[in-house]
Ligand binder design. Structure first.
Ligand code: SAM
Length: 228
């Protein structure tokens, strides 16, 4: 998918509130009930890693992040959707907290201590996921914290069209990252995944929806090892 069309896809999702949440245009996964653990755990992790500069790409509508204690951290939220960036800037920008438009698939990312890429790669095709991981590596940032679904016994990593959705486990093919250095288990309580087979459809909770932490060097090595 071209970068232009992915901008159109996600702008249309924003304008039509296609992810259907009444609380957050970023979808149910960004509602406060589903992010309570992250809101609580993230500040501890940032402190432990001595993060001073933090890129949150994509930042979505900043619905839950506004409740994270980011004292002493330079926060940069970025998203591909212009209207979201403008709205976030109007509502939430202040010294030490800014928003800008960035396309993870084509723009140069700033060098920071930690990049958070929550609930994004699972909307990308494999090709675009690798493109995004290359951008992270090229940024020369230190840490990547990103969404991964840790179950191995359920279908993972379908190649989709960018703009769709599929649970991804970054430790499994075709990504094959090493074990994450830390995991924040999000404990999503309202969303489920439906798997269909010959014997019918079954609903599974998303209890393995996590944020995994990798050194950007781990990602670089994985890309080199796989010739990606
Ligand atoms: C499900 S939301 C998650 C937002 C936020 N990370 C959160 O946890 O609430 C996905 C976001 O990814 C953004 N997005 C999609 N493709 C992008 C790209 N190539 N570059 C930057 N942002 C992108 C969308 O506009 C949308 O705001």
């Amino acid at each position: 998918m071209t970068t232009h069309s992915s901008e159109t896809v996600f702008s249309n999702i924003f304008t039509s509130n296609a992810w259907g949440s009444m609380e957050s245009v970023s979808g149910a996964g960004s509602e406060l009930t589903n992010t309570a653990q992250v809101i609580r755990e993230l500040p501890h992790l940032l402190r432990e890693l001595q993060v001073r500069t933090f890129l949150d790409v994509p930042c979505g509508d900043f619905n839950w992040m506004q409740h994270v204690d980011l004292t002493g951290i330079d926060y940069h939220g970025a998203d591909i959707v212009d209207a979201l960036v403008e709205r976030n800037t109007d509502r939430f920008a202040r010294p030490g907290r800014r928003f800008s438009k960035l396309n993870l698939l084509s723009d140069e990312l700033p060098t920071v201590d930690l990049i958070l890429c929550r609930d994004c790669l699972f909307h990308f095709s494999h090709a675009d996921t690798f493109r995004a991981l290359h951008a992270v590596v090229a940024s020369r940032s230190k840490w990547l914290l990103t969404t991964t679904f840790t179950y191995r016994s359920l279908p993972r990593n379908h190649d989709i069209q960018t703009g769709g959705w599929t649970p991804i486990n970054l430790e499994m093919a075709p990504f094959n990252l090493p074990s994450p250095r830390r995991l924040i288990v999000e404990g999503n309580v309202t969303e489920s995944v439906i798997y269909s087979s010959d014997s019918g459809s079954q609903k599974f909770p998303q209890s393995d929806r996590c944020l995994g932490l990798w050194l950007v060097d781990d990602v670089r090595e994985m890309l080199l090892r796989q010739g990606r």
